[in-house]
Design a protein around this ligand. Structure first.
Ligand SMILES: Cc1cc2nc3c(=O)[nH]c(=O)nc-3n(C[C@H](O)[C@H](O)[C@H](O)COP(=O)(O)OP(=O)(O)OC[C@H]3O[C@@H](n4cnc5c(N)ncnc54)[C@H](O)[C@@H]3O)c2cc1C
Length: 410
């Protein structure tokens, strides 16, 4: 027999079971309450911090799992517990990855610990890229960062929107335009340290789902930050901008740089796919149990092919989604090129599956499924986010189609 296996090793199984215990015992019982409150579930995050489930160490360990499955396993179990609470727990990671990907060692050491805080004083972080007029089209970004030579500070102005943990975070990572002539190549990321004047929370959104996760606008008015809050440092930025200007002059399309950025997205998308798998699996499991217990016409409803076949399809799709997620996660860790946009495929399929499977779960629960007394209604509302954030389904299809065809499909 060769080496290939889809079996989890002992460490992976025990971490998965440990997270599952937290998801089942702490998150599930609290899910309906925090969904109704539409507030960040601080006590649950504190519980997670107490056991080490909300900590930089834990996520770093999962990130460096050599099989690539550490993060997808974590996401699936947490989002199986509850999507809104889970996003409150993992939202900080989005900002932390921004620093880990672009920051110097010193910046990583200074800022990432402040994103998590400690067990007695838990903190959050926010990643602020989207703007009212720049969602799918990142090149339309307007938030400006201007270097003040006199003070050695950067000055940020603009409005960010849809920021998870925006305004309530200790540390905000903000993407801004440093050279408007260069399109997305003229963007850079900045740390806005805790308590910096000029950063304020705008509107907090009242959402359809994941209501325990805080989503808000972040307004930046003459926000002055020290020069060393530019991620990667000024020297590196100046070199990068000089190369981009040179390429623009010589008519080079910058394919190599685009490919590097694409590889980063392809590597992060399976994590969102894994979240969707968690929600879909939760709804499928609930519907299976319900269909086995609920009787009509003198027999369990699962005794009808009309119900049982739906469950067969649901389970098949959940497992297929997981396999696509695992493949892409393994590829990212193994450094395999995403020649067919496998990361986008996994996010597209898993997110669409979550919407479909949670809708079927409502159908199987009948009237009960339509009420907030039963969790599948919440799971269905929650699942709608997966086809929107981190690139909508349409954008995933664009990426896949362009990658497969080599054509600039619009
Ligand atoms: C709850 C929530 C949390 C979020 N968290 C964050 C966060 O922490 N940080 C952050 O920076 N952002 C965050 N986002 C923003 C999210 O990434 C954007 O909402 C997403 O990228 C889509 O942008 P948009 O909402 O402006 O939609 P638009 O870009 O306006 O898209 C509207 C519709 O048009 C379609 N469309 C657009 N362009 C094309 C095209 N070329 N071809 C085909 N169809 C197209 C889209 O697919 C979509 O269906 C969050 C969003 C939500 C809702």
């Amino acid at each position: 027999m060769g080496d290939f296996t889809l079996e989890l090793n002992d460490d992976q199984q025990s971490v998965r079971d440990w997270i599952h215990g937290f998801a089942a015992d702490v998150m599930r019982p609290a899910a309906a309450e925090w969904d109704e409150r539409e507030e960040t579930p601080w006590p649950i995050i504190q519980e997670a911090a107490k056991i080490g489930l909300y900590s930089l160490d834990f996520y770093a360990q999962q990130y460096f799992d050599p099989t690539g499955l550490g993060i997808p396993l974590t996401m699936e179990e947490l989002f199986w517990g509850d999507a809104g609470i889970a996003l409150s727990i993992v939202g900080t990671g989005l900002a932390a990855v921004g620093v880990l990907a672009n920051g110097t060692e010193e910046q990583i050491g200074t800022w990432v610990p402040q994103m998590y805080g400690d067990v007695n004083d838990v903190k959050l972080a926010a990643f602020c890229s989207s703007e009212p007029d720049a969602g799918s089209d990142v090149s339309a970004m307007r938030t400006r960062a201007v270097y003040d030579e006199a003070t050695g500070e950067w000055v940020l102005n603009g409005t960010k929107t849809w920021a998870t943990n925006g305004g309530i975070a200790n540390v905000h990572v903000v993407v801004a335009v440093v050279d408007p002539e260069l399109g997305t190549k003229g963007h850079a990321s900045f740390i806005v340290p805790p308590g910096t004047p000029g950063l304020s929370q705008g509107q907090k959104f009242k959402k359809h789902g994941i209501r325990a996760s805080h989503t808000a606008e972040v307004v930046l008015e003459d926000v002055r930050i020290p020069g060393d809050c530019l991620l990667g440092g000024k020297e590196k930025l100046d070199e990068r901008l000089a190369r981009a200007r040179e390429r623009a002059r010589s008519g080079d399309s910058g394919e190599r740089v685009k490919n590097a950025a694409m590889a980063t997205f392809e590597a992060s998308r399976p994590a969102v796919g894994a979240m969707a798998v968690g929600t879909a699996r939760a709804a499928y499991e609930y519907a299976l149990e319900y269909a086995t217990g609920r009787e009509q016409f003198g027999r369990p409803i699962i005794d009808n092919q009309g119900v049982a076949f739906q469950l067969a399809d649901m389970r098949t799709q959940v497992d297929a989604a997981r396999l696509l997620v695992w493949r892409a996660s393994w590829m990212a860790t193994a450094g395999r090129p995403f020649t067919s946009a496998e990361g986008s495929m996994s996010k597209l399929f898993a997110s669409e599956t979550a919407k479909k499977v949670t809708a079927q779960a409502i159908q199987i629960l009948g009237g009960n499924g339509y009420t907030r007394e039963y969790p599948v209604e919440r799971m269905h509302r929650d699942s709608a986010i997966y086809t929107i954030f981190e690139g909508t389904s349409e954008i995933q299809r664009l990426v896949i189609a362009r990658t497969l065809s080599g054509m600039p499909i619009r």
